[in-house]
Design a protein. Structure first.
Length: 238
């Protein structure tokens, strides 16, 4: 009977280690990608190292053998519970980051004023892997031709184009796209340096523009706001 109990204990521990290592190993593989944050890769590797020790002899207290069924039940719950907990924690997705903007007429001059009109909104969401872009616009004088996300030097300071996104070819419609970012581009997005721009037939250098910033209330044009309100330079991550 003792031999059977020992064999069962060993089998249960082996099963628990297998499940836990599989869950942790899959997480480590995804975290070891080049675009994964260094802290995440280190954390994942630490979990893998610990996972290799799951169920080792020195990590479990000896249990009296006076009640075989109870002992086996407790061992199964303990060892398999550790595996389920490890896989559940590692599979939990990170919270998405949202950024938004109001699209308004791009910088204009007296000569271009007549062609640069309209308004819109844009929302982007970063889920840790993909940047999803969506939005709408209306009131253009001529049809939209292209749309893109640009990477500026700072809030309100233009810069080069980073990505093309899709746009409805009309005076009103939608913008959309799915993008992958480098670490630098993600840092620029969080710092408020990226902006959306829609170009049109009569305004090829910019018809509507808006800097992507953390979500914030907009009471309306010229409406006073109590307190300091939303100050972009202090709200973004440096």
């Amino acid at each position: 009977m003792k031999t059977n109990e020992k064999d069962m204990d060993a089998d249960i521990k082996k099963l628990a280690r297998t499940h836990a290592r599989a869950a942790i190993g899959a997480h480590v593989e995804s975290m070891n990608k080049d675009d994964a944050p260094a802290a995440a890769r280190l954390s994942a590797q630490t979990l893998l190292d610990r996972g290799k020790g799951l169920g080792r002899r020195g990590g479990h207290a000896r249990t009296p053998r006076h009640n075989n069924k109870k002992v086996c039940g407790e061992m199964i719950s303990r060892h398999l519970g550790m595996a389920v907990l490890a896989s559940g924690l590692l599979a939990a997705p990170a919270a998405a980051e949202n950024f938004e903007t109001r699209l308004s007429p791009s910088p204009l001059t007296d000569g271009t004023r007549v062609n640069i009109k309209g308004e819109g909104t844009a929302l982007v969401q970063w889920d840790g892997n993909i940047l999803s872009v969506s939005g709408n616009f209306q009131g253009l004088v001529t049809n939209a031709t292209t749309a893109a996300i640009y990477d500026g030097m700072g809030i309100g300071i233009p810069g080069p184009k980073a990505f093309d996104i899709s746009v409805t070819q009309g005076t009103s419609g939608m913008i959309w796209g799915s993008l992958t970012l480098t670490r630098k581009q993600l840092a620029d997005l969080r710092a408020g340096r990226m902006y959306v721009q829609i170009n049109s037939e009569k305004a090829p250098g910019g018809n509507l523009t808006g800097w992507l910033l953390p979500p914030h209330p907009f009471p309306g044009e010229g409406v006073p706001v109590a307190g300091q309100g939303f100050l972009p330079q202090f709200e973004v991550k440096k």
